[in-house]
Design a protein around this ligand. Structure first.
Ligand code: ZN
Length: 450
């Protein structure tokens, strides 16, 4: 009679069916066997970005999928309102960093897994930090944060002289997102599939109600609330800014919205709906997070092990009415500034680093202000922190050509801020610099590029 399986064996039983056997959907280099399973444990390093609703699920799913080396980054602290779905947190954890508590809880429950937490902003980490991971799993709720991580992962990408992506420089990502009963999971393989920026139009700017509807023909409770919030408040308070965190202000809007709703015979205005509309809160649904994270964890396993074809490349899930799920294959934007070969900038060898930084500000495609510049991992100039600024300041008056070792053609990275939809956002851009008249490189036609 066979011996009882150990806890460890029974935990990997289902995983073994994927990793120890071959199949019709496996990747071209897939080699099933215990060595693969052990390699994933040993070498599969996964970074989870975000330790909120999706991040908690992702950490648990990845740990239970056999990954041993996980890290998680999140800048938030735990709030009472998180506890209904961010299941790794307890009441006594309120006020503590999410990343630290999430890592601790998963390690307590899943033996053998090591999770390193990082309680900081994603922008606070250097590029080198991100470069050490095999894959990055995103559980975020902000477009800006996704866009930033995407630009970081794409910055590692290098192209050969035929403009094909070099496989060893590809840093894959899986990205999950949920909003109420809807969600998406996507696979981003920079240089192969569209990156986040290629399909940025999937996230249109927030739709606001037209003011004329609010003022003249309200039809819903939300219309009445927005009327009180956007129109009536200003009429009555001339110049005093509305503060969504001030309960008196919120109460005033609620009372005005109720009056208006009565006037038009519209039901449904409540205090909590008023908060929801004004603060633009969409209720988070725990089951949507669980479903989307499961899809992301599975794609992570597929990408790193080759045990199956991956999602190609965008799954949408909608559980609001019945259940609808669909996979769409989006295509790359060949002119993408982020995952493409990089913006080509032609320069004179005499251009100083300071002049170069100025030029990025006015460049029509980049409009990158306050740029910090790195070359092959070395900081040429850093705007912050002050100690690094001081250390690198003397480089400003040196020609860029000299700083990068008199190479006629190379890639430099610039981190700075750019303005998108009237909002300042951090971004990272890959720049291909080419120096005129060096080593027989002919002047290239870069009209409008410099
Ligand atoms: Zn792209």
């Amino acid at each position: 009679m066979a011996a009882e399986p150990t806890a460890q064996e029974s935990r990997s039983r289902d995983l073994d069916k994927l990793l120890l056997r071959t199949g019709n959907l496996v990747g071209p280099t897939f080699e099933p066997g215990p060595a693969l399973r052990d390699d994933l444990k040993e070498y599969g390093r996964v970074l989870v970005v975000g330790a909120g609703g999706l991040g908690c699920e992702l950490l648990k799913d990845l740990a239970l999928s056999g990954f041993r080396k996980l890290e998680v980054i999140d800048m938030d602290r735990i709030e009472v309102s998180n506890l209904n779905r961010q299941f790794l947190f307890r009441l006594e954890d309120v006020g503590k960093p999410k990343a630290e508590v999430a890592a601790k809880r998963v390690m307590e429950r899943v033996s053998g897994v090591n999770i390193v937490p990082h309680f900081c902003r994603i922008e606070d980490k250097e590029l080198e930090f991100y470069s050490k991971f095999s894959i990055i799993a995103l559980g975020l709720d902000s477009i800006e944060a996704r866009s930033y991580i995407n630009s970081v992962a794409c910055s590692f990408l290098e192209y050969d002289s035929d403009d094909s992506a070099l496989e060893e420089t590809i840093k894959p990502m899986v990205d999950g997102g949920t909003e109420g009963f809807q969600g998406h999971a996507r696979v981003i393989v920079p240089g192969v599939t569209p990156c986040f920026e290629c399909t940025i139009w999937l996230f249109p700017p927030q739709v606001k109600f037209p003011l004329c509807t609010l003022a003249e023909t309200p039809r819903t409770a939300a219309h009445c609330i927005e009327y009180a919030h956007l129109i009536k408040w200003d009429e009555v308070h001339s110049g005093k800014a509305f503060d969504p965190d001030d309960p008196e202000h919120m109460k005033w809007v609620y009372n005005e919205a109720t009056k208006r709703a009565e006037l038009f015979g519209i039901p449904g205005v409540t205090y909590s709906l008023t908060q929801g509309v004004v603060k633009n809160i969409i209720p988070a649904i725990a089951s949507t997070n669980a479903i989307i994270s499961a899809a992301c964890a599975l794609e992570t396993l597929k990408i790193l092990s080759g045990c199956s074809k991956t999602l190609s490349n965008y799954l949408t899930y909608n559980g609001a009415e019945g259940l609808h799920t669909k996979v769409t294959e989006f295509v790359k934007d060949k002119d993408c500034l982020v995952c493409g070969p990089g913006v080509l900038i032609q320069l004179d060898t005499s251009i100083t680093l300071e002049k170069f930084i100025d030029l990025l500000k006015d460049h029509p495609k980049l409009q990158l202000s306050k740029a910090s510049i790195t070359h092959r991992g070395k900081s040429l100039y850093m705007q912050a922190p002050p100690v690094l600024e001081e250390m690198t300041r003397s480089n400003l008056s040196i020609p860029l050509f000299d700083l990068i070792g008199k190479i006629p053609k190379d890639v430099v990275h610039a981190t700075g801020t750019t303005t998108k939809n009237d909002k300042k956002t951090s971004c990272l851009r890959k720049l291909r610099v080419v120096f005129k008249g060096v080593d027989g490189i002919a002047d290239m036609d870069t009209a409008g590029e410099t």
